[in-house]
Write a protein that binds this ligand. Sequence first.
Ligand code: DAH
Length: 338
Amino acid sequence: MIPELESLREQVDEELKTARTEAEFQALRIRYLGRKGLLTGLLRNIANVQPDQRPLFGKRCNELKEFVSAKIDQHLAELAVSEKEKSLRTERIDVTLPGRAVRYGSLHPITKVRDEICGIFAGLGFSIEEGPEIELDYYNFEALNIPADHPARDMHDTFYVDEKRVLRTHTSPVEIRTMQKNSPPIRIISPGKVYRRDSDISHTPMFHQIEGLLVDKGITLANLKGVLTHFLKKMFGEETAVRFRPSYFPFTEPSAEVDIRCVICGGKGCRVCKQSGWLEILGAGMTHPQVFKNVGYDPEIYSGFAFGLGLERIAMLKYGISDIRLFFEGDLRFLEQF
Ligand code: DAH
């Protein structure tokens, strides 16, 4: 039996030399040392060995078992070390490489202008009101003193939802809703989307307005002038010249259009101000007595003023943008400049 042991030793030596992977070494362990392994089998057959040789045979068998087991352990330990070195090498991070810049979002220019305007009026004690974009004809026109046959309706290019409902053409209906819900004093502004059937370099079917309304006892045109002049100087700079021109709106009397000295040419006359030196910025007026009657306010007791302005127009003037459609194309190269 000793020669068999010798040849098994040579065989295992060979196999230990050719094994490479962890799996191969584990297989070797099972092949020689497992319950049905070659060495285990040899030892189990000790009964076939001459009695006087059994102690020596048993000793050699155990020596070989320990030798094989130690060898496998040693190889596995070496493998683990070299695996670790390999992964350290391949997963190395070069901390001196420049980092990848995180892309920040930015506020839309219309949002920025809206927030700025709301901030100025908040400073004067105005609070914010909102209203629905699908609006009853009654609020959008009728209650604002624009009956069905009124020529002012032609200016609005209205999208009709059905007989009674429209996409609101301005933010003025929020005035009516606010007055119906509250009694004076009232001091609100209302930013939001409005819709008109119009599309070219300075018109889009959806755009943004801000409405303002102040109602109390003893409000006069002087208050309107004071508040709007303050607002325009905060918005465009203290040196900005402001002028009020008589105009017409069905829901105010008297009505005015408010201009500022052209921010592009300083008043000399240019393409943007159409050589007039002035830019039209907002519509305004003293709330019409009929509008007060429509919401149940007594026009003998209360007076007030209202105004409305387009956000796109203000943003275009403030940032020098010549095509309104840029606001709604979602082009990051444009939007990231703000
Ligand atoms: N609603 C008007 C428009 O869209 C703007 C406007 C003018 C609003 C005069 C007002 C106002 O409150 O008093 O053209």
